[in-house]
Design a protein around this ligand. Structure first.
Ligand code: NAG
Ligand code: NAG
Ligand code: NAG
Ligand code: NAG
Ligand code: NAG
Ligand code: NAG
Ligand code: NAG
Length: 881
């Protein structure tokens, strides 16, 4: 067995059944479909990974399912479907699951596992024995509340199907009711050859990202090879915030309140950096720390005061007092930083107490103080009892300001740092030993660089079971979120009140929102707010565990456990038990704890996650926001060309031309002739363009002479799309698609498919066809088209979406123009655009983008056909499909 071909790590004590270790030969296992579907509503992300795998051997073998999910997420569902039977994972209390697992192990069976990998991900892995020539479907769902950091939310999706997959797709839908202010797709899957597999669509409240890489592309990306894609999509976005009092979302008895003002003035801060220079910091770590400090010093605001402490077994101060961040002081501090050298042991206790002392000695009115400790090891000198240290520090700080602890590398006692920072209203963060450690340090500083409010208290009327409502500090770029239940579901409105201190004076934000009209959520996500509330409550209860003792700790643990069980979250208190079909095999999956070292030594960790994405090439999305009125196309009822003889077509169209179609298009009329509306993406412009083509028609949709590809479509009365589409390739190939069936003739044989049948695929040299329930994915040569089957108000129709075409070439046909640029002419009421050096009268219209299965509706500039298509409609019609 060729083990080297797989990036399998040894699973330590969990590799029990060596004899039945999963069969890993790619050639015997076909991952024929791999889909990731992520839905984000009010920052709450639910992601499902679905992988369908076939055993191609004529004997049974074990098939592996291995995926990576964000550490912050809770797995909430796992299912295997084998020969029509579903095997669902069940979330149980850890002890109970462990017992079941121990029994399984005593019978010599294997166990599944979730492992921490790298900085941001954990790996979920399981396997199952699949009979000869049979298939298995794996389905994993996880949920997380995206946190706002440095002014944005990040949704990280890792895709690694272990081989090239014919039917590969990622679909993301984001819905934010206040509007999405920007959206960017980054990550190592959005580079080079893969960017054209990514499509984004935006309306003001919604954004969609789809990723459909071809087989070819799956072997060409930077981080992929023989085994197909292996990388991340990182979708970053932020939301509009019109209401300074925060935004309230209410649905099904739960609410979510987010508060993130940015127009408050910055509070000058007093910051002390306490830097470990013990022997273990030797070399690169010390060097990166110096680099980061130099940069951080340059970023201090001029009204900030700062201090520097370095320590090993001895504690040294740059200056005895905090000094203002003037140019001269900064220069002096920088030369101090450049001389920091490693030596000696680690006296955390003395160093932190000195830092507290420096801050408290001279209180400054209207400022806020922050203590930042950076260390890479256990306390080894002075006071070394961690209990005593945390006690001393807590007493000295007395809740007056926060302490942030940065643990550098894996030799730190992260539990100790976590406890010490949580007890002092801060957080602990791990700094990974890697080439970008200096950037990680700076990134952390940037998050706390601009304090805007202190002592924030949020109050509500008529609610219960609230998550945390008081916060010490609010930093620019972050967000305060509270969720809870509405006590009386019949209440008409919810009142919110936020009291905080801004530069020494009290500020109050009050708001009353109608509970009725704030629920603006699609029916399928009806309970997302309840799950969001449960997620946040469990997270906070688990975080607080280290701060509690005795019965209080136990009560809070029980509550977190109850909710984890109720909502089927895999947390540190629960495990997922999967019973497999063979001999009732059981697997148990636990969530790893932050701070547990990964299996591989740090130097061998993949560097494809988290911070390595900084500075990678960005993707500029289409950007059509919604404004304005509805427009109906002009009435063009003089055109009737039911199968016209080819010699008449031209004449008819010449005629229309002379009646001035430009005028017609700008006349609003409620009665419209049947016409199909097309969308042209406009790169970098606020709205796409759209135009109408009157029915009935036979259209040349796309034609590439070089590769002998053509696609034509016909509509018989539908104003939405096509009833038949025919694709031809080379001399012999013909694919005929109508709304019932699909037939493919390859020159010799004819194959017939039906929409809605079991997913299937067909491949031969240069040609891939994949039929999913309502999508036919067609790759012929270097052109890839997806034909979508849509159903709308009883109308069934087809729509073609070009997923890939030769780069930088405009192909013939109505869809051949990839995009177009235009300028809105200032001064007029923006009903005139400059398109290809011509002034064009336009009007605002709605267009449905049927290139996506969810068919978003956009506002577009409705333009006359001739203004964008470089020709008459007759140039784009055919007499026969
Ligand atoms: C993705 O999830 C959404 C919401 O649950 C659902 O409507 C959609 O059909 C899913 N898409 C796929 C391809 O599974
Ligand atoms: C499996 O296939 C091999 C080679 O094709 C053949 O020799 C063997 O008899 C087959 N086994 C079964 C159980 O059909
Ligand atoms: C907060 O951040 C936003 C966005 O980066 C910026 O526009 C704003 O000026 C910042 N506010 C303060 C007080 O620095
Ligand atoms: C929520 O609060 C109510 C009291 O208002 C309580 O009866 C209920 O049990 C709580 N629910 C949960 C899940 O904690
Ligand atoms: C947890 O649930 C159990 C049974 O469902 C119940 O007896 C117990 O009171 C609950 N505990 C808490 C803290 O809600
Ligand atoms: C599997 O579990 C079922 C139900 O618990 C039991 O009836 C059956 O005997 C078990 N089979 C084996 C092989 O242990
Ligand atoms: C705005 O457009 C309308 C036609 O849609 C026109 O009648 C009006 O004069 C225009 N106003 C200005 C200021 O250009």
């Amino acid at each position: 067995m060729d083990r080297a071909a797989f990036r399998l790590i040894l699973w330590g004590c969990f590799l029990f059944s060596v004899s039945s270790s999963p069969s890993l030969r790619t050639q015997n296992v076909d991952v024929y479909s791999f889909h990731i579907n992520s839905t984000v509503t009010s920052r709450y992300a639910t992601t499902t990974i679905r992988s369908r795998v076939a055993n191609k051997l004529n004997e049974s073998q074990e098939i592996l399912f291995e995926v990576k999910i964000p550490k912050n997420a809770f797995i909430s569902k796992f299912r295997m479907i084998i020969e029509g039977t579903s095997y669902d994972g069940v979330v149980k209390e850890k002890a109970e699951a462990q017992q079941q697992y121990t029994q399984a192990v005593s019978r010599g069976q294997s166990a599944g596992l979730i492992k921490s990998v790298g900085r941001t991900l954990e790996e979920f892995k399981t396997s199952v024995t699949v009979a000869a020539l049979s298939k298995v479907t794996f389905e994993l769902t996880y949920e997380e509340l995206l946190k706002r950091r440095l002014g944005k939310y990040e949704l990280l999706i890792n895709a690694q199907p272990m081989q090239t997959v014919t039917d590969f797709k990622i679909e993301v839908h984001i819905h934010e009711k206040t509007g999405i202010s920007f959206l960017e797709v980054k990550g190592d899957l959005s580079t080079d050859d893969l960017t054209n597999a990514i499509k984004t669509a935006r309306a003001d409240k919604d954004a969609w990202v789809t990723f459909y890489p071809t087989r070819d592309q799956q072997t060409k990306c930077k981080t992929c090879g023989e085994n197909g894609l292996n990388g991340d999509l990182l979708i970053t976005y932020d939301v509009e915030r019109q209401n300074p009092n925060g935004e309230m979302t209410v649905s099904n008895g739960y609410f979510f309140h987010s508060f993130a003002p940015s127009d408050v003035s910055r509070i000058p801060k007093n910051v002390v950096f306490i830097i470990d220079r013990s022997g273990s910091m030797h070399g690169k770590k010390m060097e990166q720390t110096r680099l980061a400090l130099l940069k951080i010093l340059s970023d201090l605001g001029e009204n900030d005061h700062f201090g520097l402490i370095t320590f090993d077994s001895r504690v040294d101060l740059w200056k005895r007092e905090l000094l203002k961040a003037t140019q001269a002081n900064l220069e002096d501090a920088k030369s101090f930083v450049k001389k920091i050298a490693d030596r000696g042991a680690t006296d955390i206790n003395a160093a932190v107490l000195e830092g507290v002392n420096m801050i408290t000695r001279h209180p400054r009115e209207g400022t806020t103080s922050i203590l930042i400790l950076l260390t890479d090891g256990d306390p080894t000198s002075g006071e070394t009892n961690t209990e005593k240290i945390t006690g001393n520090v807590k007493e000295a700080i007395g809740s007056k300001f926060p302490l942030y602890c940065l643990g550098f590398g894996y030799d730190v006692n992260f539990d100790f740092l976590t406890k010490m920072s949580l007890e002092n209203n801060g957080v602990a963060r791990r700094i990974y030993e890697d080439s970008d450690a200096d950037l990680q340090l700076q990134g952390f500083y940037d998050e706390v660089a601009v304090p805007l409010l202190t002592d924030i208290q949020l109050n509500y009327i008529g609610v219960s079971n609230l998550t945390q409502t008081s916060f010490n500090l609010y930093f620019n770029g972050s967000e305060i979120v509270v969720s809870g239940q509405i006590t009386d579901n019949s209440v008409e409105s919810v009142t919110t009140e936020i009291i905080a201190i801004s530069k020494g004076s009290k500020v109050t934000y009050r708001d009353t929102v109608t509970a009725k009209d704030v629920s603006d959520v699609q029916a399928e996500h009806d309970n997302f707010l309840e799950r969001l509330w449960a997620y946040l409550t469990v997270k906070q209860l688990l975080d607080r565990q280290v701060l509690l003792k005795g019965p209080e700790k136990e009560a809070s643990r029980k509550e977190a456990l109850n909710l984890s069980l109720k909502y089927q979250f895999v947390t540190s208190l629960t495990s997922m038990v999967v019973t497999k079909p063979q001999e009732n095999q059981t697997e148990v999956s636990d969530k790893p704890k932050e701070g547990e070292s990964p299996d591989r030594p740090p130097a061998h960790r993949p560097v494809s996650h988290g911070f390595t994405l900084v500075g990678s090439a960005g993707w500029i999305p289409d950007d059509p926001p919604m404004v304005g009125a509805h427009f109906r196309p002009a009435r063009i009822d003089s055109i009737q060309i039911d199968d016209p003889p080819s010699d008449i077509t031209d004449e008819v169209w010449m005629d229309i031309d002379s009646t001035d179609i430009w005028e017609l298009a700008s006349v609003s009329s409620t009665q419209s002739a049947p016409a199909i509306r097309f969308l042209i993406p406009a790169d970098g412009q606020p709205k796409p363009l759209c135009f109408d083509v009157a029915l009935p028609l036979k259209l040349k949709l796309l034609q590439d002479f070089a590769s002998e590809f053509s696609m034509n479509g016909e509509s018989m009365g539908s104003t939405n799309g096509f009833h038949q589409i025919i694709i031809r390739y080379k001399t012999n190939h013909q694919l005929t698609i109508n709304t019932n069936s699909i037939s493919y003739y390859d020159g010799q044989n004819n194959v017939q498919y039906l929409w809605g049948q079991e997913p299937t695929q067909h491949s031969q040299v240069g040609i891939y066809l994949i039929l999913r329930s309502s999508e036919l994915d067609v790759t012929m040569g270097n052109i890839r088209v997806v034909i979508l089957l849509h159903k709308k108000n009883g109308d069934v129709f087809l729509w073609p979406a070009i997923r890939q075409q030769p780069k930088g070439v405009t192909l013939a046909g109505i869809l051949g123009k990839a995009d177009i640029s235009y300028a809105e002419i200032q001064g007029s009421n923006t009903s005139t655009l400059k398109i290809m050096d011509k002034d064009v009268m336009v009007s605002l219209a709605d267009v449905t983008d049927y290139r996506f299965p969810f068919a978003p509706v956009f506002k577009c500039w409705h333009v006359p056909f001739k203004a964008v298509m470089n020709g008459d409609i007759s140039d784009f019609t055919v007499t026969q499909l």
